[in-house]
Write a protein that binds this ligand. Structure first.
Ligand SMILES: Nc1nc2c(c(=O)[nH]1)N[C@H]1C(S)=C(S)[C@@H](COP(=O)(O)O)O[C@H]1N2
Ligand SMILES: [Mo]
Length: 306
C-alpha cells in the first residue's frame, strides 16, 4: 500500500475510480446534481518530491474534523456552519516591507504559479494528526514576486473578518482577526506553502477557502486559514494563540515530542481515521520533517523557543 505513493504519483493516479466517484457523491450529498464548472471543478496540479508516502486521510475525514473557530469550536462546526461564507471573489493585501505592496486578486496570484500536490503530515497541538493531499504553491514564490526588502525579518498573516458569514466571529471566542506569523527563513522554506485546494478540488470552506497557509513541521494552528493580509515586518508579529496563552502556545510551535504542552504530552498522537482501537503513534521531531528544517533552528534552545 505505502509504495503506491512512491515515485511521485499523485493520489488521483493511484486511487481507484470507484472510490473517487463514491467520495465525490458523498461530497455533493446524496442525490445532489453535479453542475458542470461548479462544485467539484477539478484543479490541475503536478506531483512534488516534497510529498510524504504516507497514506492520505479520506476527503470526508479532512473536511468534517476541523478547527476553524470562525465557524464554531466543535470539530463538526466548520463543515456545518460555513455555507454562507463567500470565498470568491478574493483578494490578498500584501504590505509592509515589500517593494510592490498592494491588493492582489487571487486570480493574479495564481496566474504566476504552478500548482503542486503536496501530501503532508499534519499535526494539531491537540495531539491528533492526519495526512492531507494539499494543492498549492510555495509561499516563497509569492514573496519573491512582491519583493521582500532586506530589513524584513518576519511575515504576519491575517484571516478575513466577516461576522455576517462567519457565525463564530459573532462571539468573542478569539480576538478577531485570527493572526499568525513566521520568521522570514521559515516563510521562505520550500515546505511552506499557500494551499488553494486539496484532493485536486478548490479548498473547501471548512479547510480555509480560498487560500490558507500550510507549515507541515509546526502545530496546525500556525497554518492560518482564509488569508486576506500578508505583512512583512522587522518585529515578531502578534499571533492569536500566543497572545491568548503564551505559556501554552509559543511563537515557534514546532512539533516536538520532547516539549510537552503544559496540560498534555506531545510524545504521541492519535491518527484521525484510525478507529477507536488504533494505538497512538510516536510523534516525530518537526513532525517528520527534521532533515529538511532542523538547520533553521541551529543554536536555538527549542525548550525555550517553543
Ligand atoms: N483562521 C483560522 N485558521 C486556523 C484555525 C482557526 O480557528 N482559524 N485553526 C487552526 C488549527 S488549531 C488547526 S489544527 C488547523 C486545522 O486545519 P484543518 O481544519 O484544515 O485540518 O487550522 C488552523 N488555522
Ligand atoms: Mo490545531
Amino acid at each position: 500500500m505505502r509504495n503506491r505513493f512512491n515515485g511521485n504519483l499523485k493520489w488521483s493516479d493511484v486511487t481507484p475510480k470507484a472510490q473517487w466517484m463514491n467520495r465525490r457523491s458523498l461530497l455533493l450529498g446524496a442525490g445532489a446534481a453535479m453542475v458542470a464548472g461548479q462544485a467539484g471543478a477539478k484543479i490541475t496540479s503536478v506531483p512534488s518530491a516534497y510529498s510524504t508516502d504516507a497514506i492520505p486521510n479520506t476527503f470526508e475525514e479532512i473536511t468534517t474534523y476541523n478547527n476553524f473557530y470562525e465557524f464554531g469550536t466543535d470539530k463538526e462546526d466548520p463543515a456545518r456552519n460555513s455555507a454562507a461564507f463567500q470565498p470568491d471573489p478574493w483578494a490578498v493585501q500584501i504590505d509592509g516591507l515589500v517593494d510592490k505592496p498592494g491588493s492582489y486578486d487571487l486570480a493574479d496570484i495564481l496566474g504566476g504559479v504552478t500548482l503542486e500536490e503536496r501530501i503532508y503530515r499534519f499535526r494539531c497541538v491537540e495531539a491528533w494528526s492526519m495526512v492531507v493531499p494539499w494543492v498549492g504553491f510555495e509561499l516563497a514564490t509569492l514573496l519573491n514576486r512582491v519583493g521582500v526588502q532586506p530589513s524584513a525579518k518576519f511575515v504576519a498573516f491575517e484571516t478575513v473578518v466577516r461576522p455576517e458569514e462567519m457565525p463564530g466571529q459573532r462571539q468573542p471566542l478569539l480576538d478577531w482577526p485570527y493572526r499568525e506569523g513566521l520568521r522570514l527563513d521559515e516563510a521562505m522554506h520550500p515546505l511552506t506553502i499557500l494551499a488553494t485546494g486539496l484532493y485536486d478540488e478548490p479548498m473547501p470552506k471548512q479547510n480555509g477557502a480560498p487560500i490558507r497557509l500550510v507549515v507541515p513541521w509546526k502545530y496546525g494552528f500556525k497554518s492560518i486559514k482564509s488569508i486576506v493580509r500578508i505583512t512583512l515586518t522587522d518585529t515578531m508579529p502578534i499571533t492569536t494563540w500566543n497572545t491568548l496563552n503564551p505559556r501554552e502556545y509559543g511563537f515557534y510551535s514546532n512539533v516536538n515530542p520532547k516539549v510537552d504542552h503544559p496540560r498534555w504530552s506531545q510524545a504521541s498522537e492519535r491518527q484521525v481515521g484510525g478507529g477507536i482501537f488504533a494505538p497512538r503513534v510516536d510523534t516525530l521531531m518537526f513532525n517528520g520533517y527534521e532533515d529538511q528544517v532542523a538547520a533553521l533552528y541551529t543554536g536555538q534552545d527549542l525548550t525555550k523557543d517553543y
